[in-house]
Design a protein around this ligand. Sequence first.
Ligand code: SAH
Length: 219
Amino acid sequence: MQDAEKLRRQRLEMVETLKQYGIDNRRVLDAFNEVERHRFFDRASLTYAYGDCAYPIGFGQTISQPFTVAYMTTLLVERVPSGKVLEIGTGSGYQAAILDALGYEVYTVERIDGLKEMACRVFTELGLDIECRLGDGTLGWPEKAPFDGIMVTAAAPKIPGPLLGQLSENGCMVIPLGTYESQQMTVVRKHGDAFDKEVFQHFVFVPLVGREGWDDDVF
Ligand code: SAH
């Protein structure tokens, strides 16, 4: 079988697995079918591209498990179907590409230069119009605010204050909150000066390191 055909079949199988795990939002499943996850892997690791697991991407970081990406994306899509989204923690760039496929205007911030460069290169290769920036994402991207959605893809000890300030009215933030060992997926929605909070299941993410996150020297 041709490599491309084999990868396409594996992608369909990944989407079937997501359905079995309870992901049922049609738009989200279509985006997972559309975005070629293997483009975010190096050639030597292609066989791991469609397994439902996190995978090392260098610099001690990981591309999130497809189920985790699908779960967070569904929480966002159900509350904020369109608009401008800020992702904190570009990593491989896969989550940002999924958001782009869903039609959002996507901005993403990464603190590790090597990862930011790799992700930007893939965005260019794929012709995706995603703006990426190097920096401490716990401070958000004030020049581009407000955002209808903010997605934090690293483990946060608390909700970074600057991110709350960059949500638009009725905007939602999806963020894994908790300890270094385990976090609960949390959705925060802005209503005027107040914020509603919903709490979901546990996950394990790499730490959000920054001024409003974990200290660099804790790890
Ligand atoms: N969304 C990514 C997975 C990210 S893993 C993907 O789809 O592949 C978490 C990422 O968050 C890592 O790349 C890590 O370097 C980054 N990160 C951690 N703290 C950060 C911060 N304060 N600002 C921006 N990026 C951060």
